[in-house]
Design a protein around this ligand. Structure first.
Ligand SMILES: O=C(CO)[C@H](O)[C@H](O)COP(=O)(O)O
Ligand SMILES: [Fe+2]
Length: 223
C-alpha cells in the first residue's frame, strides 16, 4: 500500500451551504476549491472573500485551484488568506518561478497546473520550485466531464521526472476521477486525486472518499 490523498472538489457541492458540505467530506485529506473567473475558463465560481471565509470555518486544509487570468497578480492573496496549497495554471502565468516563490513566501505550498494539451517538458527545470504538479484530466472549467486517457502518458513522464528530483513533490490529477479511472491514474503515478461529482454525487460522500483512497493506495505505480 502507498500513501494517496483524496481532495474532494466543492464544485459539485451545494454552494448555498458550504460549511455543511465540508462536514460531509470529513474523511478527506484536503478540500479542493475551484476558483474560476469566466476569463481563463468559461465559467464563474467564487473568489477571494469566500475562500478566506472557507479557510476560517474548514477543519480540512484548503487546496485552492486557480483557473484565473493574471494569476501572477492575484494568486499570492489566496496564500495570504491561509490556503494550505495554491495551484496556478502555467498557461496563465507570465513568471511561474517568481509566482511559485511568492506563494511559498506567503506561507502556502506552491503548485502548478497544466491543461491536458500543455506539455510538461518546458517546465521540468522548475520542479524544485514546486510542492505539487497538477495534471488536468479534463479541460478546465466544469465538473462532471469524462476523464481524458490521453493524459496518462504525461502522468507517467511527470512521475519519472519528479522521482528523478528526489524531492517530495506531489502529483495531482483533477477531472473525471471515478472508481474506475482512479486506477489508471494511480498506476501511471498520480498520488493526489481531486474528485467532485464522484464524491458529492453519492449518498455518502465521506464513504466515497475512503473507497477512492483505498483503491488508489492498493494500485502500484507501473512505468
Ligand atoms: O477543476 C475542475 C474543473 O475545471 C474540478 O476540480 C474538476 O472538474 C472536479 O470535478 P469532477 O470530479 O466532477 O470532474
Ligand atoms: Fe479543480
Amino acid at each position: 500500500m502507498r500513501t494517496c490523498q483524496i481532495n474532494p472538489s466543492i464544485l459539485s457541492a451545494d454552494f448555498t451551504n458550504l460549511e455543511r458540505e465540508l462536514t460531509r467530506i470529513h474523511t478527506a485529506d484536503a478540500v479542493h476549491v475551484d476558483v474560476m473567473d469566466n476569463h481563463f475558463v468559461p465559467n464563474l465560481t467564487i473568489g477571494l472573500p469566500v475562500v478566506a471565509r472557507l479557510n476560517e470555518v474548514s477543519e480540512l486544509p484548503l487546496d485552492v485551484h486557480l483557473m484565473i487570468s493574471d494569476v501572477d497578480r492575484w494568486g499570492p492573496g489566496y496564500a495570504e488568506a491561509g490556503a494550505a496549497s495554491v495551484t496556478f495554471h502555467a498557461e496563465a502565468s507570465a513568471a511561474p518561478v517568481k509566482l511559485a516563490r511568492d506563494l511559498r513566501a506567503a506561507g502556502s505550498r506552491a503548485a502548478m497546473a497544466l491543461r491536458p494539451a500543455t506539455p510538461i517538458e518546458p517546465y521540468l527545470d522548475m520542479l524544485p520550485e514546486l510542492d505539487m504538479v497538477l495534471l488536468m484530466t479534463v479541460e478546465p472549467g466544469f465538473g462532471g466531464q469524462a476523464f481524458l486517457d490521453l493524459v496518462l502518458p504525461k502522468i507517467r513522464r511527470a512521475r519519472k521526472a519528479i522521482d528523478g528530483t528526489g524531492l517530495p513533490i506531489a502529483l495531482q490529477v483533477d477531472g473525471g476521477v471515478t472508481r474506475e479511472t482512479i486506477l489508471r491514474a494511480a498506476e501511471a503515478g498520480a498520488d493526489v486525486f481531486v474528485a467532485g461529482s464522484s464524491v458529492y454525487g453519492t449518498a455518502d460522500p465521506a464513504e466515497a472518499v475512503v473507497t477512492l483512497r483505498n483503491l488508489a493506495a492498493a494500485t502500484p505505480v507501473s512505468m
